[in-house]
Write a protein that binds this ligand. Structure first.
Ligand code: FE2
Ligand code: FE2
Length: 428
């Protein structure tokens, strides 16, 4: 597109395309289109167009295809993530990529993270009919994986121990015709609280929370506290249990990074609880055995590298399922906080998958994996609580959960169970 003589120099935007588009008039009078206006994201108060970064991908050694997506971040609002596939055999050299991007872009435009496409559980980039990567679709996948469980990257395991019994769902559970009525007493006043089937609860601030029935407040506080303690224990698991088991410095580094993320997740919950007057600081100096809410000491007793893989690949999937539910919580400060965790947890699961995949290459490794799975499977199952718990049913009516304990357990079981029946390896 050629500029007219009266065209202003520098940045400009035009609505002449299907969507408003932002571009730069170049010195030779041509309009260089940068990106669609509606693709703009604001990072630390600065406008960023993902295409500006994507245009530099050909300079990043080893990358085959990439797209830049914006995912929620607790501090900056959003963070940029470069989701990529590699050329066959090429290494992922994050430091070199970062250095190259820094040469051409402001620091705030350089993606904070580089994530392989298979780490978000996807095999191939979704594309338009003309072959363009669908950025919005990748963005959706980065915070919410397609369908129930991404089975394609799961290594096969053998033996009977990996299949849990099928949990039957009770279709009558939540859809009764009557409103859910709850009574609570505050200041001598008996209040009724009704939620009809076609209604939903939305609590936007900690001030609004104070006006909610005590039962809602208790259920919410219990849920956030349990999860927050779990995040703290997760960080401790990585530092105390997995780093000493790691076979290489590289793996120790990965565990240390995961630990830092788990402690960040803990701090998010700590902040939400502090806002409603609950101080979690005492948790920070407790030993694992002293923590009572998310306590199952068997979870913190991994002794093999195979168990480290199973812990993340199978176990952290349960955390991911719950966090995705909390991201839709009726208590919006909590929903907003946990939305920022989803991508981290997906990467934790993917790293567990990598550990399992590597071990599954040998007979000895497969046996170690199966032993780890056999030990940890009942522990993971118990994380979902009592299947028929009235408390979880109430949490669904409050909008604090999307599924009951039994439904969440079934969702997890489907997600982590390989799609095809598994056969024992053939023995001569
Ligand atoms: Fe976490
Ligand atoms: Fe995690």
């Amino acid at each position: 597109m050629r500029a007219s003589k009266d065209s202003p120099p520098g940045n400009w935007w035009t609505g002449g395309f299907a969507a408003a588009t932002w571009g730069i008039w170049t010195s030779n009078g041509r309009l260089s289109v940068v990106d669609r206006i509606d693709s703009m994201v604001i990072v630390s108060g600065e406008n960023v167009y993902p295409a500006e970064i994507e245009n530099l991908v050909p300079r990043l050694a080893g990358i085959q295809d990439a797209v830049v997506v914006a995912v929620p971040h607790a501090v900056t609002g959003v963070e940029l993530v470069l989701v990529h596939t590699l050329l066959p055999g090429a290494p992922a050299d994050h430091d070199a990529w970062r250095a190259t991007l820094m040469e051409h872009l402001g620091r705030f435009k350089v993606p904070r993270r580089f994530v392989a496409l298979d780490e978000i559980g996807v095999d191939a980039f979704p594309r338009t009919p003309v072959g363009k990567i669908q950025r919005s679709e990748v963005q959706r996948m980065a915070v919410d994986p397609p369908g129930v469980g991404s089975q394609q990257h799961r290594p096969q395991m053998h033996g009977a121990g990996c299949l849990a019994p099928i949990i039957r769902r009770r279709p009558d559970r939540l859809n009764g015709p009557c409103p859910f009525v709850l009574f609570s007493t505050r200041g001598g006043l008996r209040m009724s609280f009704q939620i009809f089937d076609d209604e939903e609860v939305v609590v936007r601030t900690s001030e609004e929370l104070k006006r909610m029935p005590v039962a809602y407040q208790k259920a919410l506080i219990s849920q956030i506290t349990i999860n927050t303690e779990g995040e703290l224990s997760g960080g401790d698991d990585y530092t105390l249990m997995f780093i000493p088991l790691a076979p290489t410095a590289e793996e120790r580094q990965v565990c240390a990074e995961r630990a830092a993320e788990e402690y960040d997740h803990y701090k998010l919950g700590k902040r939400v609880l502090a806002d409603i007057g609950i101080d979690t600081t005492p948790m920070e100096s407790q030993s694992m055995a002293e923590r009572r809410r998310f306590s199952d000491i068997r979870l913190h007793q991994c002794t093999t590298w195979a168990e480290r893989g199973i812990y993340s690949y199978i176990g952290e999937e349960s955390a991911l399922i719950m966090i995705k539910e909390f991201a839709q919580s009726s208590y919006k400060p909590w929903a907003e906080a946990v939305r920022t965790i989803i991508l981290d947890e997906k990467i934790h699961v993917a790293h567990g998958a990598r550990v399992c995949r590597n071990l599954a290459a040998t007979e000895e490794g497969r046996e170690q994996l199966q032993a780890g799975l056999n030990r940890l499977w009942p522990v993971f199952k118990d994380l979902f609580g009592t299947p028929n718990s009235a408390r979880s049913k109430r949490a669904v009516r409050f909008g604090l959960r999307q599924t009951t304990n039994a439904e969440a357990l079934e969702k997890w079981r489907k997600t982590v169970t390989p799609a095809r029946p598994l056969a024992r390896p053939h023995r001569a």
